[in-house]
Design a protein around this ligand. Structure first.
Ligand SMILES: NC(=O)c1ccc[n+]([C@@H]2O[C@H](COP(=O)([O-])OP(=O)(O)OC[C@H]3O[C@@H](n4cnc5c(N)ncnc54)[C@H](O)[C@@H]3O)[C@@H](O)[C@H]2O)c1
Length: 418
């Protein structure tokens, strides 16, 4: 007798298998318009310091890319910078000449937002760090993109939930926070808003994998993982600058001498003092007024001395954006590890608030900011009484409670929680 029940089961499995393949195929392609040679389209809004780099990452991940900015000159400069960078990959034999031609042909630049966003599978916004501006862009993107389009923000501090709530698709809104420069970045911080769906999260995780980046995942909270933990050390160096405690060059020399790839003041210029100023204001509103922008940085921003992008900030930068030359022979008598000490304290708060896991916090700080160690790797080698005294003294010296030792450090329970 033939075994009908087993052949029936096999038949059902076969149908289910083919049906799953069909669903997967539909999820991938249904309604999504392909561009050049069947490439899906990614749109990048804002072609400045970060935007043009994000566009290049998407090109290298094999997407057709439309790069948009309101400023003609910036968008043309963005394209030239991408062209320059891709040619460098050819020079280093990392891509062929043919691949270069293919990639550059997959790039479109436009000042027309509708054209940029039309049929994009993913839009990544990288406009200045101003919440109302970002909300405005997301409102427009929500109106002009197909319902399937995922809308991402490269914000370094601001609420993805609030940005998503101005759209009719908060489930498809997510944070994609790239470190600068995006092409060389090894990690992407993915920020899950309160309403971001699993599908959206999986989609951007796959995007990051396709771009060959590590992923860390953060809850929606001011500054997420990396910039939140960095915030008190950024505050400390601003306060030291206001008080003229050391020259920026001497501090940066001390940092370079212990193996950091960039000193903290050069980093501020590199990021952009306007970005720092806007982020500090956001932290001051959302976390503590201790984070209000410092006098020196406010004055520099007022004078449009924004750092690398305007040719002058804390340092003078030459026109090609080459790094300032730091004299390393006479470093400040400053323990650069103090910057790490305040980061460890903030990392404890981030862990307590459930923003991220120990693994993602350590990995994020190493890959995003090139710290040689993650904060929780470092704490295992520290005397917690000394750390508590140091933090409490710092809080008293500058009158800033954000530096005060976290209870888990004071009562030495942090190690048990890792
Ligand atoms: N600078 C960094 O190191 C860094 C790192 C990570 C994340 N970010 C985040 O990336 C975002 C962009 O920062 P950036 O450093 O590239 O700034 P940027 O000033 O270099 O570039 C912003 C660009 O947006 C354009 N723009 C302004 N309004 C626009 C609009 N309505 N439509 C389209 N384009 C518009 C500007 O012309 C400019 O070219 C910010 O949210 C910032 O917090 C910056």
């Amino acid at each position: 007798m033939p075994d009908f029940s087993s052949s029936f089961k096999k038949g059902v499995f076969k149908i289910l298998f083919q049906f799953s393949l069909l669903i997967l195929n539909l999820m991938e392609n249904d309604g999504i318009i392909m561009n050049n040679e069947n490439k899906k389209k990614v749109s990048v809004i804002g072609a400045g310091h970060m935007g043009h780099g994000i566009a290049e990452v998407a090109l290298l991940a094999d997407y057709f890319v439309s790069l948009h900015d309101i400023d003609d000159e910036i968008i043309n400069r963005g394209k030239s910078l991408i062209d320059w960078s891709l040619k460098k990959f050819v020079e280093k034999s990392q891509i062929t000449e043919k691949k270069y031609e293919e990639l550059i042909n997959n790039l479109e630049i436009t000042t027309d937002l509708e054209k940029a966003a039309e049929n994009a599978i993913l839009c990544i916004e990288a406009v200045p760090e101003k919440l109302e501006l970002k909300k405005d862009i997301f409102r427009k993107l929500d109106e002009i993109t197909p319902k399937y389009t995922i809308l991402a923000s490269n914000t370094s501090t601001m609420s993805i939930t609030e940005i998503g709530n101005v759209t009719q698709r908060p489930d498809k809104v997510v944070g994609l926070h790239f470190p600068p420069p995006p092409v060389l970045a090894r990690v992407i911080e993915i920020v899950r808003g309160d309403k971001t769906s699993d599908h959206t999260l999986n989609f951007v995780v796959n995007f990051a994998k396709r771009a060959e980046k590590e992923v860390i995942i953060s809850k929606d909270s001011p500054g997420f993982i990396c910039n939140r933990i960095m915030a008190p050390s950024m505050l400390l160096i601003q306060l030291m600058l206001d008080r003229n405690e050391y020259t920026p060059e001497k501090i940066d020399a001390a940092a370079l001498n212990i193996g950091m790839i960039m000193g903290p003041y050069e980093l501020l210029d590199y990021i952009g003092l306007d970005i720092l100023h806007d982020s500090s204001k956001y932290f001051a509103e959302r976390l503590s007024t201790d984070y209000s922008p410092s006098q020196t940085i406010s004055k520099l921003v007022q004078d449009n001395k924004l750092g690398r992008k305007t040719g002058e900030g804390i340092y003078k930068w030459c026109s090609e954006g080459k790094r300032p030359i730091i004299d390393r022979s006479d470093p400040a008598d400053f323990d650069v590890m103090d910057l790490m000490r305040v980061q460890i304290n903030e990392a404890a708060k981030v862990l307590e608030e459930g923003v991220a896991t120990v693994r993602d916090i350590d990995l994020g700080m190493k890959l995003h900011y090139h710290n040689p160690w993650g904060p929780f790797e470092l704490i295992e080698h520290m005397d917690l009484d000394e750390l508590t005294n140091f933090l409490d003294n710092l809080a008293d010296k500058y009158g800033k409670e954000v530096f005060r030792a976290h209870d888990w450090i004071r009562n030495k329970s942090l190690l048990e929680r890792l």
